[in-house]
Design a protein around this ligand. Structure first.
Ligand code: ACO
Length: 386
């Protein structure tokens, strides 16, 4: 397929609508932390980490970076790729386990920074499965005719929630974000079907205990290191290898396909041994499997979109291929989805388009500041009267 697929506007008609990925983008922080760097902090080695996980290095947020700064940059890149204006976005979903705050949502911060004035926005927490959950929700909203354009983002600054003296967790995670623009089209394809599951009885296996309503922050929670990620790695490993293959098989079946129809397998990038076990169970040749964890570690909700962006850049993912995505994470949650990568690669933006886009973001920032000023003036002038 090389012709442009026509955009379908929201409508009350029953004409079938499909949710295609029309733009994608990723962003990772500049700071690289190697296994050797970590071995200066805890009793570990590059050899141990590489053998047990496949990870060589990860990107780590600086003091001034956070989940929203990554999400905003990835979203801007995805919108530019799609040549879609932020004003045309109807829905923003940010999948994250390291939100900017408990509230307001990171998605609302992204909405404001983008000037996405016509969008609803919310965070979604299904840990590392968040991106697949988000794709599923956005695609369903498009297919039912509720919306036309959605921005689905996976973004994490999980290294800020790591206990850098716990070798069971700090070796695994990295920071970054990936974003997709999904849009309604009348031609079949795009995000086809998903299979989402959870098992809350496994919650304690991977948890950030304090900071919520169950264990609000106190001096004791800080002293006892309860504001950091705790994990039973072996339990999570066993769970992941148990659920991944069957979730994939179910998502493929629901999409009306056979496993042989899958061209590219994009698993959550947590551990190379987990990826190998799932690929083996599914009898997938190594060239079909996307692996990027050696450079980025486990970026949780961002891992699948980052892996897809990397695979596109390397030429591993090409137009008209069928992708199978699978992830697992805290909750416990897991899920798989099938995605036809069928929209022609968009033309790169012209310099004029780039300049207009930058101007739009600057203006959105000015308007946001003005709105805050007006709000504070109103409060001063009118006090609390309505
Ligand atoms: N360096 C050196 N030795 C280590 C390290 C380390 N970083 N970590 C553990 N060890 C030691 C252990 O103490 C143990 O020693 P012992 O035999 O003397 O007791 C030995 O190595 C083996 O420990 P295991 O925990 O059995 O190691 P395993 O092979 O299971 O690897 C790992 C640990 C990498 C954490 C693995 O279990 C794993 O990847 N689990 C899945 C974790 C995961 O994917 N989490 C993310 C989920 S997604 C989300 O929601 C964020």
């Amino acid at each position: 397929m090389s012709k442009e697929l026509a955009l379908v506007a929201p409508s009350a008609s029953n004409a079938p609508r499909y949710a295609h990925v029309v733009g994608w983008g990723m962003y990772v922080p500049e700071k690289i932390v190697t296994n050797d760097d970590i071995s200066k902090l805890v009793e570990t080695s590059d050899e141990w980490i590489q053998t047990r996980t496949g990870i060589k290095q990860r990107r780590v947020a600086s003091e001034h970076e956070s989940t929203s700064t990554f999400a905003i940059e990835a979203a801007r890149r995805a919108l530019a790729k799609a040549n879609v204006s932020p004003a045309d976005v109807d829905l923003i979903i940010v999948g994250t386990s390291s939100p900017e705050h408990l509230f307001p949502s990171t998605a609302c911060i992204v909405q404001d920074a983008l000037g996405a004035k016509n969008a609803g926005a919310y965070d979604l927490l299904a840990a590392c499965t968040s991106f697949i959950y988000g794709l599923s929700q956005a695609a369903n909203s498009i297919k039912t005719g509720d919306i036309t354009t959605a921005l689905v983002i996976g973004s994490e600054a999980l290294t800020k929630l790591m206990d850098w003296s716990d070798r069971g967790t700090c070796i695994l995670f990295g920071d970054g974000a990936g974003a997709f623009v999904l849009q309604a089209r009348s031609e079949p394809g795009g995000f086809m079907n998903s299979f989402l599951r959870s098992d809350g009885s496994g919650g304690p296996s991977l948890i950030l205990p304090a900071g919520g309503s169950a264990m609000p922050a106190t001096t004791k929670t800080v002293v006892e290191n309860q504001h950091y990620v705790k994990m039973n790695g072996r339990e999570v490993f066993r769970f992941a290898t148990r659920v991944m293959a069957s979730a994939c098989q179910e998502a493929v079946r629901r999409s009306g396909l056979e496993m042989d129809d899958i061209d590219i397998f994009v698993p959550h990038q947590a551990n190379k041994r987990i990826i190998d076990a799932a690929s083996k169970k599914l009898k997938l040749a190594p060239e079909k499997v996307v692996v990027t964890l050696e450079n980025y570690g486990n970026t949780s909700a961002a891992s699948i979109p980052i892996a897809i962006c990397e695979a596109i850049n390397k030429g591993q993912i090409k137009q008209n291929q069928t992708l199978m995505l699978v992830a697992f994470g805290a909750g416990l949650t897991w899920g798989a989805g099938v995605l036809k990568w069928d929209v022609p690669p968009p033309a790169p933006p012209t310099r004029r388009q780039e300049a207009q886009r930058n101007l739009y973001y600057r203006w959105a920032r000015v308007k946001s500041v003005l709105r805050r000023v007006v709000r504070s003036l109103e409060a001063r002038i009118f006090g609390n009267s309505k």
